[in-house]
Design a protein around this ligand. Structure first.
Ligand code: 0GY
Length: 289
């Protein structure tokens, strides 16, 4: 397997923007270490090890109080590294797991006790094998009893096809990285307008305004992504989340400086009130409520 991904930034800058007290980084990952928590045989990439202690140190460095740790595809449905990090973080972290349809109620209860509050469905063909929609539906039905939500990761052209599945899910739906719009097309393009319309029509849909480093065509400081983030933050201030996406798995091109990502926040959430909703009130309601 080619190691064409980049290692996370060794020395991220200290952000000038100070997040409000209690701020939550609502999208980050832990990887391995692989000799303790092996990567999934079916993975599409092998990440660099990026363990919980490094994540917690970065959280503190960036001025955040809490983390939502999201299971990435390289760990498959083996959530042991995630659970280990959640247990170590105590009340300072919550998790989003990946599970198969064979998961039992007792296993879900264990995940819940560790701090898991959602499951993730990944629709990117380069990252995950296809799972039939009726299987996903059954998984969503199982987690409803725990009050969890479903996190979905897809690319903008696929929304139309996936929307009926999402709409039928019995849980809130949280979209990773704004549904990966093509920023070259602009906010006014029908693709992003369809995403906005969906969020407007369905009050159970949330979006992470994250991952400018993956979406940007211009590169840091990712100003070409700001109009997309700002549109969602201003239109749906109570249903947006932000995350740094450390350690930026599977990123090609140029590694992100996490401090630069934090400094982007006031460009799309320009007032203290919007910043507080985005970074504190919304994630606290969804993950700690
Ligand atoms: C992300 C983005 C990516 C990877 C994964 O689960 C994953 O492997 O989500 C990506 O490659 O775009 O959110 O971490």
């Amino acid at each position: 397997m080619d190691a064409d991904w980049l290692v996370f930034h060794p020395n991220p800058s200290t952000p000038r923007f100070a997040p409000p007290p209690g701020a939550v980084d609502a999208h980050c990952h832990v990887f391995g270490p692989g000799d303790v928590f092996p990567y999934a045989p079916e993975r599409k990439y092998t990440p660099c090890d990026a363990g919980k202690d490094q994540l917690f140190a970065l959280r503190d460095h960036l001025g955040f109080a809490r983390s939502v740790i999201v299971q990435a595809t390289c760990h498959g449905t083996d959530n042991r590294a995630l659970v280990d990090a959640l247990r170590a973080a105590g009340d300072r972290a919550r998790g989003v797991a990946t599970v198969g349809e064979a998961i039992t109620e007792a296993e879900l209860a264990d995940l819940h006790a560790a701090g898991v509050r959602g499951v993730r469905f990944n629709f990117l063909k380069r990252l995950a094998d296809f799972t039939p929609h009726d299987v996903l539906r059954r998984i969503a039905d199982k987690v409803t009893a725990f009050g969890w939500h479903v996190v979905v990761y897809f690319e903008a052209p696929d929304l139309a096809e996936l929307q009926p599945l999402f709409t039928a899910l019995p849980t809130p739906v949280v979209v990773d990285h704004m549904g990966r719009p093509d920023v070259g097309l602009g906010v006014g393009h029908p693709q992003f307008q369809a995403f906005i319309r969906w969020m407007a029509e369905d009050q159970t849909v949330w979006s992470k305004v994250s991952c400018p480093e993956r979406l940007s065509l211009a590169g840091p400081p990712y100003d070409d992504v700001v109009p997309f983030q700002r549109t969602l933050v201003e239109r749906f201030p109570d249903r947006v989340l932000w995350g740094a996406d450390w350690p930026h798995p599977n990123l090609k091109g140029q590694m992100a400086d996490d401090g630069v990502l934090v400094d982007q926040i006031p460009k799309f959430a320009p007032t203290p009130a919007l910043q507080r909703k985005l970074l504190v009130d919304n994630p606290m309601r969804l993950y700690w409520g």
